[in-house]
Write a protein that binds this ligand. Sequence first.
Ligand SMILES: [Zn+2]
Length: 309
Amino acid sequence: MERDGWGDFPRTGQSASSLPLFKHFLFLLRSHGGRVEFVKAKAHGDDVWNNRADSLANEGQVSGQPYDLWSLVTPDGWIDHEPVLAHQPLSYLTKLIVRDMVPAPLTCWKASPFCDRWVVSMARIFEVYLDVDTYVPLVWKINIPLGFKKTLWREMHQAQAIGHWYRGKHELMRTCPCGCELSLDHILMGCVRYNLSGLERVLHDRLREISPSVWHKSLHPDSWKPSPWYPLLALKRVEQNSVKPSKSLLKPNEAFSKSRSAREWVIGLYFWTLWKWRMAEANKPNFRFLPARQENNLREILAKEPQDN
Ligand SMILES: [Zn+2]
């Protein structure tokens, strides 16, 4: 019963259960190092200890204050309360197996090329060294469309089904019309076949409406190239204390933090929309992605309020 976590113990309700009594017996047995012999005694016979137990039970019943078995104190360490295997709690063994057998997402070898690139890019763009372990999980907290979060997580772990990872029959999922191997970064940065300058202008116009009126790299995604979306993971960190108060901006931290969530949304939505248009071109026979014709469409998309994620 102890090995299985006392799971088979007959339960007759919390107050009437004799589980604590059995646990206490086991503690007494182990702590005294002695031998215990179980002898069946006939009820209401002449066994002195059985009669003593009877009289105590009667006393408790008459007094209206029976002894609560759950008040028996069994010191820690003498018995196991949870299921065990080879004297080790199963919860502990499970933790060991998970720790030793299942790699954490960021320690997986597939994530290490991205982690290296991210650290170098952030140092190059913002001249700060950031610990990638802290910021990569933030992808799930930043305010961007959920579909784009999943896309970025797959990208970090080389699990995006495009380029050489793609195993389907659509050639446009493997190779960009410019001849390059397809990748998320290639799509978001644009390429010679897709002139994104008009769409980038739409993005800038929208960002100008909601950003503080000061120049900072975090406010201009075109200055993030060739790592288009990497700073989204650490916008707060790179903006904090990076601008000095001035006549036009007395409290820069406050101004940045007020608009940060909205900016994340607009930039994330812009990238997500580009990605969806390119995927549509690869998968829908009648769709062609012509950036110049999508400018008004994008303006409307970016003007909408963020949706629930
Ligand atoms: Zn291309």
